[in-house]
Design a binder for this molecule. Structure first.
Ligand SMILES: [Fe+2]
Length: 271
């Protein structure tokens, strides 16, 4: 799958509450929704949604007095009501969703970088869409235990050094970030590279990671070793999060493209 046109200008922006550093310090922020046109999509799909790092909650006006839901829990509904009509998308069952990790924020919005259960976000995407595929970010847990591996069944597909065929697309994924493996969702750089190389053997159409390669421009932070590895292999489309890129799209020398969806949504549609 090849991106032919990436629209840097957002098609739409969604207001949400971003955590502050102490009680009452939260701010209202905007989640940009971009459109990107790809050369081809499977016949049974009209679009694929890519997103990561939705570390915020809905606004009080939307919550109607109830506890604030995670931004990722309310996003599918927002997309269906506000954004899909702009793109002529009418049937959510013909849309797939790719979740590249980090969907938790503490309920009080008084602390950044909290870790917690993101199952509700995955479920919210599974309700309307054809399938949900993704990886864990370094702040994501699934269910009660910190180390519990999600035991999802179709239409949910959790990837970690694994791949799956969805609508005829081969989607591979590597969860977590490079870091001290004694901490949650972290692995050594060697192990991260091993997992990436392992899944690239499947020549995936999409490779989903939370951490991932650097881009080609200044400020497109990431791993230079993952980038070098990708450049030695057959071209693919990498979806990553974790590090914010001002310009969220890059193309490597071998034709591999990187879409960084940290605190963004990108909707892939047919050209
Ligand atoms: Fe992260």
């Amino acid at each position: 799958m090849n991106v032919l046109a990436f629209e840097s200008e957002p098609l739409f922006q969604i207001q949400f509450l971003n955590a502050g550093r102490r009680s009452g310090e939260f701010t209202t922020d905007l989640l940009p929704i971009h459109q990107a046109k790809v050369d081809s999509l499977p016949d049974d799909l009209d679009a694929v949604i890519l997103t990561a790092d939705l570390q915020g909650r809905e606004r009080f006006q939307e919550a109607g007095g109830k506890p604030l839901r995670l931004l990722g829990e309310v996003l599918p509904d927002c997309l269906m009501k506000e954004v899909f009509p702009l793109l002529g998308l009418h049937d959510a069952r013909r849309i797939g969703a790719v979740l590249a990790g980090d969907f938790y924020t503490v309920p009080g919005l008084d602390r950044r970088g909290g870790t917690g259960d993101v199952s509700a976000v995955w479920r919210a995407f599974g309700d309307p869409f054809a399938w949900v595929v993704g990886v864990a970010g370094n702040h994501d847990t699934f269910g009660e235990g910190q180390q519990t591996r999600p035991r999802f069944s179709s239409p949910f597909h959790f990837l970690d050094g694994t791949s799956v065929a969805l609508s005829g697309l081969r989607v591979a994924g590597v969860s977590g970030i490079v870091g001290n493996p004694s901490r949650i969702q972290r692995r050594t750089e060697e192990d991260f590279l091993f997992q990436v190389e392992w899944v690239l053997e499947e020549t995936p159409d999409l490779l989903v990671m939370h951490d991932g390669p650097e881009g080609t421009e200044r400020g497109q932070r990431g791993s230079s070793r993952v980038r070098l590895l990708l450049e030695r292999k057959a071209p693919t489309l990498v979806v990553r999060g974790h590090a914010h890129w001002q310009h969220p799209f890059a193309e490597l020398e071998n034709g591999t493209q990187i879409v960084n969806v940290d605190a963004r949504v990108v909707i892939l549609v047919r050209h």
